[in-house]
Write a protein that binds this ligand. Sequence first.
Ligand code: AMP
Length: 909
Amino acid sequence: VKITHPSLYHSQWEEISVMDERNTPMRTYQVCSVMEANQNNWLRTRHISREGAQRVYIEIKFTLRDCNSLPGVSGTCKETFNMYYYESNNANLWFIKESQYVKIDTIAADESFTQVDVGDRVLKLNTEVRDISNLSKKGFYLAFQDLGACIALVSVRVFYKKCPLTVRNLAQFPDTITGGETALVEVHGVCVNASEEFEPPKMYCSADGGWLVPIGRCVCKPGFEENKDICQPCRPGTYKASATDAYCTKCPPHSSSPHEQAMECICEKGFYRAETDPRSMACTRPPSAPENPISSVNETCVTLEWSPPRDTGGRGDITYSLHCRKCSGEGKKCAPCGSSVHFVPRQFGLSSASVLITDLQPDSNYTFTIESQNGVSDLSPTLRGTVVINVTTSQTGENQVSHVVLKERRSKDSVTLAWQGPERPNGAIVEYEVIYYEKNQREQNYTVLKTRSNMMTVDGLKPGTTYVFRVRARTDGGYGTYGGEIELETSHEGKKKIVENATTHFCFRHCGYIKAKQDPDEEKMQFQHGRGSRTYIHPHTYEDPNQAVRDFAKEIDASNIRIERVIGAGEFGEVCSGRLRVQGKREIYVAIKSLKAGYSDKQRRDFLSEASIMGQFDHPNIIRLEGVVTKCKPVMIITEFMENGSLDTFLKKHDGQFTVIQLVGMLRGVASGMKYLSDMSYVHRDLAARNILVNSNLVCKVSDFGLSRVLEDDPEAAYTTRGGKIPIRWTAPEAIAYRKFTSASDVWSYGIVMWEVISYGERPYWEMSNQDVIKAIDEGYRLPAPMDCPVVLHQLMLDCWEKGRSDRPKFGQIVTILDKLIRNPASLRELANSSAWSDPPTPEFSVSTVDDWLDTIKMGQYKENFSSAGYVSLDSILYISMGVTLAGHQKKILSSVQSLQTQGTHVQV
Ligand code: AMP
């Protein structure tokens, strides 16, 4: 920064050359009018362009003389000076009034010096940095006001911070000037050479000049592959067909690429690539001929079968086509068969190596040509792959079966059928074939059974189902046509059903089962005692939701409740605090949620579902249900009162006021509550700091259990493309993508809660949009460690945010890890985003758990009181005020608490 000549202001500042430590001359501005009163000496810079930066930093280096070392100056000598700025679009102002300047700060020296003796190196150089933000004009002037100090201004450096040009995911991001105080600047990247946008690339430039959250990417165009932030051409012999393929790959068999940048390889002569073949597939050729054709004649029908060609041409899509010629007369002259002949399943494009040909003329000669084809046959100019077979049809007879009847019903799932053989068979009967299928299901599934006699028992039928049975006979000459056909409907046990059919009348009774209705009590027992541990019962399990409320929530007489004040708004009405008189006990503080007037039946059910869920839980870190009022209006849910309200608001209010150990103590509570819920197979789906409540002892409890809560209640929940509302920032990717909500997705949310807690209620992913969050997560981005976050805690968060849900820790493991950290606070010292240890050292306790501590002070009999009140970590006992009634014991506990306090933890007892 060039500084204007001081004479302009008639001030006492002087430009002077001095020698620095290396004896090179340097220019300084000095002033030292310490003897006279009322000094006001100004020194001003020329116009400094801001170059688009909204926030600039000013680093000044100066020396300042200690007034005490100057004799006879008391009263007039000063040890500070002022720094000002003036914003202006005019770069040529030669005069600015004093009153127009905006003060940046009063600058004092960290170290003043007593002797002006540069040769002895006693000159103490001070460095101070200040910043000015929200600049908007072209530039500004800086000014230094001296009021009677002895100063040498050695350098003034003015700078702003930029996120440096960088290439990420093949997108180039330009040098970007940082934004204001906290705002992230969204920057769009430009794809590097020979690449194209796969998803619009962007990143955020943070206030301290670092790039955050890369989203989207560019990919190398076909024929190019990625190599160290650039796209380079594929080498000969390799190719890349699609931009989304990562790398060039070797040409597949029977193909080659003689030049660079190949997008596909060229097939060798005689080999082809079908239009739909992927470029990665080998080039192929038409198949050889089918082999070993055989025929079996059945009167005027022929079945042809053959073996697939020996050479498939390298493909799996072989089909067959048939050509039929009828040959007659002495000279065996052949002509096309015409449309009277039928092929089953079809004549062309057969996928299996057999076909049934019907409606041939009896006693005639036919020639069939079977041709094999595949996906490249049409591309080849040469025909390969045909085989010829000659067939002679036989005389016909009358083989039709008639009068199929139900002979006997042996048991509930079996019937015996009987029928009459053909009246005029054209040979000896070889066997009968019975086919049956469920009515209207023939295409999917039918069963064929064979017998030599004219009677058959069919077993294994389904109840309540209509079946069709058909029978035909086979002689040496082949199968006859189907004769009798009967239709039977099996019935449920106890019911008789008469089924009519073209052939016969019969009754068919079936011992099916009726899905017996379970006694809800029986079902519940099953749930609760299954596998030895208690399991959460979904209120929907109950046919009558009111029964669930009766089973799990105590009815409270409204006259025992005193409402005192409104503390919040819930989905269904207001939330109040008040007192509840419990029979035989003292009054307790409670939160009262009431259902607003004019509710629908469904709203009442949903409202009370929270009580029937909460009432199943009993844990110090789960909000406790006291009971419900359902017998009179308004309908109410009464829970324990949590003095400090929801965790997110609480943390924002107390930003920076807790020790790491205290924060870990809170997280430990949440984890312990969640372990309990996951052990009960309850999936929360909306775990977030806003849904944790904090009591006066800093104990955190999980709340918000209603059935509709994720859908309607949470303002954070956003609609997803698949419908349904999800709090995106807190939710695991698999739950967003395909609604896979599990305890493992709750663990993901828990990781976000950890981040919220350590950052004192910062919004996860700041002001990024939900869509950007989803994309960023998918691309592997994870929230960075909050300020002053111990490495171990950030690592635990990252573990909770593993993509694979089975790779995430279980809540039980999280509790164990946090307990270890609380026991060994030294492990929390290493911070994730700073190598310097900035917090005061955390005390190391000689006891490790609340139980140990109580044992140590011989107060073990109160273990129960402590744990049931939620004092689960040593940290939380520092917030004690509880039911230890013996005065001596209270004293002993409190004095021990005080000794813990003096070891360094902040306490409010
Ligand atoms: P909810 O409908 O459960 O989300 O409750 C709405 C608001 O009421 C919460 O955000 C809390 O601020 C407050 N609240 C709910 N339950 C309690 C409670 N047991 N103790 C204290 N405040 C509560």
